[in-house]
Design a protein around this ligand. Structure first.
Ligand SMILES: Cc1ncc(COP(=O)(O)O)c(C=O)c1O
Length: 377
């Protein structure tokens, strides 16, 4: 029986050498490769600068902090997201306020977000869920009208485009994830796309305990430098070993995106003929990354979503429930907001295996077992 995981990072083959060279150089913590990776990443996503971090979660917390978010403030987030979206707000001492999604895109609905704005709202955090860009024109208009910051959770959106512009170039802080479930990976890691050098320099200090001089600058200095700590910071540093991997991954990005796009198109063409399954929305205004392939299983289907997952696992196929509803997790229980579209999507959506090295034969097997389970009940 075939064994098909839900995801698998694509490694092009040059990574082991690059990582070995980083180790041999002696720079195994943050050093010149992180700088090089940041520059290459900024160029790819059309940002003025990029700041590497230990994860997307730390990237989001840092981005919120430099946007002025702190204790007592509120940040509006979609509940339909991975729990890290809300945790990043909590890490800043602020309160995540959950808003509903647009059921078509499964992204934060700007009208619901606007309705959640109150006197303590400091920021809105749209998520480009599963790599589909959120409605950024609407969010920049909200930002201008209400004086709130926008921080993009672009965890799944490396390489995505909104109206022809890469995510990362849209004028706000955008935070990407480099976890192995994402489009490209450094094992663990994150990146903040920034539009001005001053903010980038502040973020670089904040990720390293607030120290005003980097290890790289001190190491290469010809004079003694005594560092200063103008403000309090975090340890959210990426290592050079990770950056070596990231540089290889960035070179493979176009190939990874093209392969994901092709497999997604194959799924859609085949699943449009299968009853009770709704294929994902693929709008003209955006270029998705296809970080995941999410289908809706209609409630009247002869087999429930959870039963379908069990049957597919019995066939050697790993699936996942769709994106979670954070307000339904015990960690965020309490306020009980009214988010009908979020709750419906969390109940009905299913993620199918999608990764660049998935073969067409394996994909056909997934399609065959899925159609069999859903048609025969
Ligand atoms: C939407 C979203 N935001 C944030 C994160 C957190 O990313 P990381 O694991 O790099 O902290 C993830 C994924 O894990 C995610 O899917």
């Amino acid at each position: 029986m075939m064994q098909i995981p839900i995801a698998r990072p694509h490694l092009a083959g040059d990574e082991a050498d690059a990582v070995a060279q980083a180790i041999a150089s002696g720079w195994i913590s943050q050093g010149p490769r992180v700088r090089e990776f940041e520059q290459a990443f900024a160029q790819r996503v059309g940002a003025t600068a990029a700041v590497a971090t230990s994860s997307c979660t730390t990237a989001l917390a840092l981005a919120l902090h430099v946007s002025g978010v702190g204790p007592g403030d509120e940040v509006i987030v979609p509940s339909l997201s991975f729990i890290a979206t809300a945790n990043a707000v909590w890490h800043c001492g602020a309160k995540p306020v959950f808003a509903d999604i647009d059921p078509l895109t499964c992204n934060l609905d700007p009208r619901s977000a606007e309705g959640a704005i109150g006197p303590r709202t400091k920021a809105i955090m749209p998520v480009h869920q599963l790599g589909l860009p959120a409605d950024m024109d609407a969010f920049s208009s909200l930002s201008a009208r209400h004086g709130v910051a926008i921080v993009e959770d672009a965890a799944c959106a490396v390489g995505a485009e909104y109206r022809g512009q890469p995510i990362g170039s849209l004028g706000t802080l955008a935070c990407f994830s480099l976890h192995p479930r994402k489009v490209i990976t450094t094992g663990e890691g994150g990146m903040i796309a920034v539009q001005d050098e001053q903010t980038a320099e502040r973020l670089r200090r904040l990720r390293g305990h607030g120290m005003d001089v980097s290890d790289l600058a001190r190491h290469t200095a010809e004079q003694v430098i005594v560092e200063e700590y103008p403000e309090r910071g975090w340890n959210a540093r990426m290592t050079d070993v990770q950056a070596a991997l990231g540089l290889c991954q960035l070179r493979a990005l176009e190939q990874i995106l093209a392969r994901r796009r092709r497999l997604a198109a194959r799924y859609t063409a085949a699943l449009e003929r299968v009853p009770h399954i709704e294929t994902p929305f693929d709008p003209d205004y955006a270029r998705r990354t296809w970080q995941s392939y999410s289908v809706r299983i209609a409630p009247e289907a002869p087999v429930s979503r959870d039963e379908l997952m069990r049957r597919l696992l019995g066939d050697g196929i790993a699936t996942r429930r769709g994106v979670m509803a954070i307000h339904e997790a015990r960690a965020y229980a309490g306020d009980d907001p009214c988010l009908p579209h979020t709750e419906e999507a969390a109940r009905e959506r299913l993620l199918l295996p999608l990764y660049p090295d998935l073969t067409e034969e394996q994909q056909d097997y997934v399609l065959e077992r899925l159609s069999h389970a859903i048609v025969d009940g």
